[in-house]
Ligand binder design. Structure first.
Ligand code: IPM
Ligand code: MG
Length: 385
């Protein structure tokens, strides 16, 4: 068989897989009702590098806030081991089957960062655990808030989380030594469900503007579809203004002091969301300060937006790693489960600890607080509220 036929067959299989996914997505309509559950299971996953250290501290504050619920059996914490780079390499799976089965027994998941292998690493180039989990649990909405009140910044990014360049990112085709082709995937329902989530959020939170970010002038077929879906959904929300930007100029507008305060809710395909949210988080103090919610209809997972920082562990500095990204994630987890009062107390305390009082500051090194000291400080602050 010649190389064109081999590549064409691979492409045909990808299309089959994606058509199956579309059929499943169209069947799956109802969101889980947390209030109706007899017990909410919170899975905790430490991950790699600094992950276990910072996740444990966010979990301590969650356990403190949910002590009554745990005591009466309404909430249960479940520790899930085995989502480590060593175990994933040993099983040669992005998420080993037994770990995925355990994740699926939970309703919400607090997940530390995991190592993502790339070409040239000592690890085999297996798919990222984040990306695999988002797809396996169909966590289609990646919600990433960034707030800098003194700079007039209050942005909420809705990053599509299961499609675009990530959908088959580990299944590109190396046609021969001179030609490599990757694919980007956009579906109608996949676009509509993330865009609808952004508009619903805007409506519920009295936001007046939803911005679409694409590169539809060049990536015409897939981004073009995303933008058409955006205009169609927007018609259901006549009270909300819309605008649209291309990703390149959007990255510039986020640093334009005159313009940036005007953005409120932003919705975009996967890769643009990945890039833009790192840039956005920098205004707030860097990726170490930013949490992220990965929301699907049946499951939801909450994590930091940064990686596992293996260098900090190598240098023995994981106890000094900033846990506030995981704490921001934990706040979103509480809100998502319907525990908004606890979420608000946690958020107020964390704002005091990181923005205003700042009695224990993390520097990432031994001249700053440890993450355990910082978590103690957050809990003391909650008690004083
Ligand atoms: C993120 C991360 C991941 C992504 C990596 C670790 C695969 O950068 O959550 O933004 O690209 O989505
Ligand atoms: Mg990223």
């Amino acid at each position: 068989m010649n190389k064109i036929n081999i590549a064409a067959e691979k492409f045909a299989r990808l299309i089959e897989q994606q058509l199956e996914r579309v059929a499943k997505m169209n069947e799956d309509t109802a969101f889980l009702d947390y209030a109706a559950l007899p017990e909410i299971r919170i899975g905790t996953v430490g991950g790699d590098g600094i992950g276990p250290a910072i996740t444990a501290q966010a979990q301590r504050v969650l356990e403190f806030l949910l002590a009554d619920e745990v005591k009466c059996g309404k909430v249960k914490f479940v520790e899930i081991k085995g989502l480590t780079i060593e175990n994933r390499v040993e099983k040669n799976q992005a998420i080993p089957d037994d770990v995925l089965a355990e994740l699926k027994t939970c309703h919400v998941i607090l997940k530390g960062p995991t190592t993502t292998p790339q070409a040239g690493d000592p690890w085999p180039n297996i798919e990222s655990a984040n990306v695999a989990m988002r797809k396996a649990l169909d966590l289609f909405a990646n919600v990433r808030p960034v707030r800098v009140p003194e700079a007039g910044i209050d942005w909420t990014f809705f990053r599509e989380n299961t499609e675009g360049a990530y959908a088959v990112g580990s299944q590109g085709v190396e046609v021969d030594e001179n030609l490599a082709i990757d694919f980007t995937v956009t579906t109608t329902e996949g676009s509509k469900r993330i865009i609808r989530s952004a508009f619903e959020y805007a409506r519920q939170n009295k936001k007046t503007l939803v911005t679409a970010v694409t590169k539809a002038n060049v990536i015409k077929t897939t981004d073009g579809k995303f933008l058409r879906c955006f205009h169609e959904i927007a018609r259901d929300y006549p009270g909300i203004h819309t605008d649209e930007w291309y990703i390149d100029i959007m990255t510039a507008k986020l640093i334009d002091k005159k313009r940036r305060g005007h953005f409120q809710v932003l919705v975009m395909p996967n890769l643009y969301g990945d890039i833009l949210t790192d840039e956005a988080a920098e205004f707030q103090g860097g990726v170490g300060t930013a949490g992220s919610a990965n929301i699907g209809k049946r499951y939801a997972m909450f994590e930091a937006i940064h990686g596992s920082a293996p260098r900090m562990v190598k240098e023995g500095r994981d106890i000094y790693a900033d846990p506030s990204s995981m704490m921001r994630a934990a706040i979103m987890l509480l809100n998502h489960m319907g525990y908004e009062a606890q979420g608000a107390r946690f958020e107020t305390a964390l704002d005091i600890c990181t923005l205003t009082a700042r009695k224990h500051v993390l520097t990432g090194r031994s001249d700053g607080a440890t993450n355990a000291e910082f978590a103690d400080y957050v809990m003391e602050t909650i008690q004083k509220l």
